[in-house]
Design a protein around this ligand. Structure first.
Ligand SMILES: Cc1cc2nc3c(=O)[nH]c(=O)nc-3n(C[C@H](O)[C@H](O)[C@H](O)COP(=O)(O)O)c2cc1C
Length: 328
């Protein structure tokens, strides 16, 4: 793990995956103070809000932390500049290939760039364009997901790219034994999201945390597209009334398309906007029935609320135990 920890400047190479509304100053500083590496989720924040969030996080920890920026944010360049002014050491770019000039702009601030690589060909392309590290995330993860599982991505990608740059494995990791397994395969570290939602320091609504504690792996399902004309970006979340209504909504919009009561662009926007604001409603307002309770399949291994430091210590103990047993 030392390779990943050296790269991050943390004690252990466990990144707290950025979660919109969840990964703010409290959870991020708690993870970094616990020796892991917290990452602020910028999401749709304005440059002013990000500026305030970074400043508040710095007031709560003197350890390094990262900032996750979404590539399609209209003010991406300004957000990069905000990170630069604060001397943020690591910027994670999520949501698709980095737009032209963004890697260079981040590197010019002195920060390291971490990108998501959903396939081997894209990983190679990103390495050529100069990224400093990669995250490979499988479909077990909470939030927006790709189609391939973590175990397959790890087997396909680690042997080819792990010696070229640090690679962090994400998606479906709930225990340290799995961390040990991916380190064994060449990963420099891991990224976990779901497992950290019920950290005591996390500001998610008590009902959101309770939903995690109650849920089992099979409750964390990917959103389903039911009509080829109406694209749905796959998101893994706990099934609830909102997800059932979403299926009904797709049917209703598809029928209106058939009847030519709505034009295609309008119909697609209706689907796209269905979940707008839904994650905030669940995380902040506690509406776990109609909001989006994004969670990964590892949610079944979240059994109680406990301090971030206790979660990190438990994961490290399990990982060390597994590696010791292997060495014996
Ligand atoms: C509630 C929630 C919100 C998330 N929001 C984001 C986000 O805004 N940006 C991002 O890059 N990833 C986001 N993710 C993905 C996490 O950063 C992380 O990669 C993922 O949770 C790892 O898989 P795991 O959930 O199986 O641990 C989110 C995940 C969850 C559970």
């Amino acid at each position: 793990m030392s390779r990943g920890a050296t790269f991050l400047g943390s004690e252990v190479a466990i990144m707290g995956g950025a979660m919109s509304w969840v990964s703010e100053r409290n959870l991020v500083s708690a993870l970094s103070n616990a020796g892991a590496f917290g990452v602020i989720a910028c999401g749709a924040m304005s440059p002013e809000l990000l500026d305030a969030e970074i400043a508040a996080t710095k007031a709560m920890t003197d350890r390094p932390f990262g900032v996750n920026l979404i590539t399609m944010h209209p003010a991406l360049q300004e957000l990069i500049a905000v990170c630069g002014r604060h001397g943020v050491t690591h910027v994670v770019l999520a949501g698709g290939l980095p737009p032209k000039g963004s890697l260079e702009a981040i590197k010019a601030t002195g920060a390291k760039v971490i990108c998501f690589a959903p396939a081997l060909s894209l990983a190679k392309k990103l390495i050529r364009s100069g990224v400093d590290a990669l995250v490979i995330e499988g479909m077990e993860a909470g939030g927006h997901i790709g189609p391939v599982s973590t175990s397959v991505l790890a087997q396909e990608m680690l042997p080819v790219i792990a010696d070229q740059l640090p690679v962090f494995v994400a998606g479906g990791i709930g225990r340290g034994e799995a961390i040990a397994g991916y380190l064994d395969m060449g990963a420099a570290g891991v990224q976990l999201g779901t497992r950290f939602v019920c950290a005591t320091e996390c500001i998610a609504h008590p009902r959101f945390k309770q939903a995690f504690i109650r849920a089992s792996a099979r409750d964390a399902v990917a959103s389903v597209q039911i009509d080829p004309r109406l694209p749905v970006i796959p998101v893994r979340a706990l099934k609830n009334a909102g997800s059932e209504l979403f299926t009904a909504k797709q049917r209703e919009v598809a029928q209106r398309l058939d009847e030519e009561a709505v034009v295609m662009a309008e119909a697609q926007l209706e689907i796209e906007h269905y979940w707008a604001g839904a994650l905030r409603r669940a995380v902040i307002d506690g509406d776990i029935e109609h909001g989006s309770v994004m969670a990964g399949q590892s949610v079944g291994m979240v059994t109680r609320e406990e301090p971030a430091a206790a979660i990190v210590a438990e994961l490290m103990e399990e990982a060390a135990g597994a590696l010791d047993r292997r060495a014996a």
